[in-house]
Design a binder for this molecule. Sequence first.
Ligand SMILES: NC(=O)c1ccc[n+]([C@@H]2O[C@H](COP(=O)([O-])OP(=O)(O)OC[C@H]3O[C@@H](n4cnc5c(N)ncnc54)[C@H](O)[C@@H]3O)[C@@H](O)[C@H]2O)c1
Length: 302
Amino acid sequence: MTGLCTGRVVAVTGAGRGLGRAHALAFAAEGAKVVVNDLGVGLDGTGGTAGPAQQTVDEIRESGGDAVAHTGDITTADGAASLVRTALDTYGRLDTLVNNAGFLRDRMLVNLDEDDWDAVLRVHLKGHFLPLKHAAAHWRAEAKAGRTPEARVINTSSGAGLLGSVGQGNYSAAKAGIVALTLVAAAELRRYGVRVNAIAPAARTRMTERTFADTMTAPDDGDFDAMAPENVSPLVVWLGSAASAGVTGRVFEAEGGRITVMEGWRPGPTADKGARWSPAEAGETALKLLAEAEPPRPVYGA
Ligand SMILES: NC(=O)c1ccc[n+]([C@@H]2O[C@H](COP(=O)([O-])OP(=O)(O)OC[C@H]3O[C@@H](n4cnc5c(N)ncnc54)[C@H](O)[C@@H]3O)[C@@H](O)[C@H]2O)c1
């Protein structure tokens, strides 16, 4: 098989189902060897089975590709380290890491248990940090040994992390944290040949098919199935290839046939007194600046 990722080894977390599965298949179709990670947990993160990871591996092999399953928990140091080790032991290299695994525990803030906060922050934010850290340590060692890699990391944020989403305070905070982590990783790792970007996808998976049933349904008339997870993967594959060398620290929305570059926080109207404001003056100034500023985009579900 030859393609955009021939010769590359790609690890995708949460690749047993949904978007991660689509990414893994798309990378394999472009010639990559794939480490398919999935803990096989339920929608709320409970339980666990090796089935989903192995299913994606079987699908890749049936289409003539090369893949290996990894069923470790990427929110633990052991799981994240063994993900990287599986790539190195099986294929002798790691070129691209796609951080994608996650689950939801949606509640309004007043009903959000501490456990639901911790579990969702852990799977998304820590579940991005740990594989990134272990992969980056490998790539830094490679660079220091004179073998600077063409390494790529694609992180998975969400519209909830960019704009906020009612009933998803834990998830929105984790996904916003992933954007900040992406910016820092891009800046720190550039010198080692690593490019780090993030996507905010939207697609029909078990995570969304019930909550957003009206917008997620597949057309039955053969029209373009915009919400198929496979539509998000081409951008992820390109970002995970050597071709994206000039791109780092950026966030893209990807949904259906649309790709959007997100333009993040930047200073708006400003005032500087050159001395300390009184609270009343500060308030008056804040209101004046707000009147000049772009109105904020609405929070999802508000
Ligand atoms: N579907 C969407 O529209 C949408 C929108 C925005 C963001 N996202 C994000 O995309 C990513 C993929 O979501 P999806 O919609 O494909 O959901 P999904 O539930 O279909 O897939 C997520 C997979 O992650 C696995 N997983 C969970 N915890 C894990 C762990 N600790 N270690 C290893 N694997 C683990 C699950 O077993 C599951 O197979 C998530 O980060 C999600 O937040 C999805």
